[in-house]
Design a protein around this ligand. Structure first.
Ligand SMILES: Cc1ncc(COP(=O)(O)O)c(C=O)c1O
Length: 456
């Protein structure tokens, strides 16, 4: 039996260290020093024969690990599409970890399962999705895409009289998958994991912002799954999902929306027009660890046809409470056992409210615009229409862009990544963090421009 005081001391020690990390996050260089990164090699050792004192384990983690982290949760990290975890969600995440609940079945974890259900209902309301849609709380948008497309596969095959869960795909009739030319690679990976193949999808042509061009949409013939995107990972652009639904739903196609970050635009009265008509789709994937700013990992799939999702995911066994009147979380996810990630989603939404969430989304978008205006004013080319939180800027040729991006990462004020989009190399700036202020943008702009304006 663990001594109460020993447990308390250890958890307090961890809390103090976590608090210090977060309190200094805005003042640290965003990229860790080469020395700190090299220090992480001290973790590499053979499996220890004897254990170490718990406080020493924690101290080792903090002393070596903390300085070697990139400050992804800080206000000037603009790489990939990375949220920053609202303080309340870090706090609830700690408490939920202390609870250590396995949220697979409602009857054994009623509190966390209820919180997950509430969070699901709130998101359905926020996004304007069908009230009877089912939801799966998964690790991220990759798995949310996978889960959504597993439901699509179930329904499309069931409509042909083929039980894909029981009989698999060997000898199954063909299904056409249509995806945009700029679909996210994780969507393509999901198609591979589902046995549809990574290279079999028909690619729908896109326009100059990476949106599916409806006027050149492939002809639909036979059972079809169409994958659209709310938020292009480079430009932030939205496919015209409502128009695509109008075109393909009369032909009984299943429409999926990959809205890893873009779905959250639906929660802002100023941006919801971007999502026009997307409630007519059949499934939607999003991430809470991106724009809702909850800790990793947290993605959600929503599926209109709850029965299709359940057929694709649910299991039964004599020893499990699967036959229940309650919503059993594991009926909708690939995992049986998993952590109660819905609690952080509930906490973020409860703390922000509809109004606070809209403000957070709008703040990120206006900070992205501020970047674009500053970069254009300095004479650099912003490649995309900045409709959301993503900015692509080019400083010249491929080598110049890569040099500047490398230097800004090393300089440490902020962190931006590189991309090649529609044949052009660019710096990608993604504003996704709840704590980023206009001052952070100005500081970052000054650092970027100082490097970009330097003679080579
Ligand atoms: C449009 C889109 N889809 C899917 C993903 C994958 O999300 P995750 O890394 O959470 O699995 C991303 C990540 O940036 C994305 O932008």
């Amino acid at each position: 039996m663990a001594d109460k005081n020993v447990t308390r001391d250890l958890l307090m020690d961890a809390a103090e260290r976590g608090i210090s990390y977060r309190e200094t996050i805005a003042d640290r260089a965003v990229e860790p020093s080469a020395e700190a990164v090299a220090g992480a090699r001290n973790f590499v050792e053979p499996m220890p024969e004897k254990g170490m004192d718990d406080h020493q384990v924690l101290a080792m983690l903090d002393d070596i690990g903390s300085p070697a982290t990139i400050t992804m949760a800080g206000p000037r990290y603009f790489g990939f599409v990375i949220g920053g975890s609202l303080p309340v969600t870090v706090a609830t995440n700690w408490l939920t970890t202390a609870w250590d609940q396995n949220v697979g079945m409602h009857e054994v974890t009623p509190a966390t399962s209820t919180l997950e259900r509430v969070a699901m209902d709130w998101m359905i309301d926020l996004f304007g999705l069908p009230g009877d849609a089912a939801a799966a709380f998964v690790t991220g948008a990759t798995v949310a895409n996978f889960v959504s497309l597993a439901a699509a596969r179930n329904r499309v095959y069931a409509n042909m009289g083929w039980n894909v869960e029981a009989d698999g795909l060997i000898g199954a009739p063909p299904v056409t998958i249509i995806i945009g030319e700029e679909a996210h690679p994780t969507l393509i990976k999901s198609l591979g994991m589902l046995g549809f193949g990574r290279n079999q999808a028909v690619r729908a042509p896109v326009d100059k912002q990476g949106r599916i061009d409806v006027s050149r949409f492939p002809i639909i013939d036979g059972p079809t799954i169409v994958c659209t995107q709310a938020g292009n990972v480079n430009t932030g652009a939205f496919d015209p999902i409502g128009e695509i639904c109008d075109l393909v739903k009369p032909k009984s196609a299943w429409v999926h929306v990959d809205g890893a970050f873009g779905l959250w635009a639906a929660a802002s009265p100023d941006r919801e027009h971007l999502c026009a008509g997307f409630a007519a789709a059949d499934s939607w994937a999003t991430d809470a660890h991106k724009w809702l700013n909850v800790p990793y990992d947290s993605g959600i799939a929503f599926v209109r046809d709850a029965a299709a999702l359940k057929s694709a995911m649910a299991i039964t066994a004599e020893y499990l409470m699967t036959d229940t009147e309650f919503r059993n979380p594991s009926d909708f996810t690939p995992e049986l056992s998993r952590r109660a990630r819905g609690v952080d989603v509930w906490a973020a939404l409860k703390s922000l409210g509809r109004d606070g969430l809209a403000k957070m989304i709008d703040r990120c978008c206006s900070n992205a615009r501020r970047f674009a205006v500053g970069l254009s004013a300095a004479g650099f080319e912003v490649l995309n229409d900045v409709v959301l939180n993503q900015v692509l800027v080019s400083f010249g040729d491929d080598a110049t862009n890569r040099r500047i991006i490398d230097e800004i990462q090393k300089e440490g004020t902020c962190w931006c990544g590189v991309t090649v989009w529609q044949g052009k190399t660019a710096m990608r700036i993604s504003v996704c963090n709840w704590s980023t202020t206009a001052d952070d943008v100005d500081l970052s702009l000054a650092a970027i421009l100082a490097i970009a304006n330097q003679p080579e």
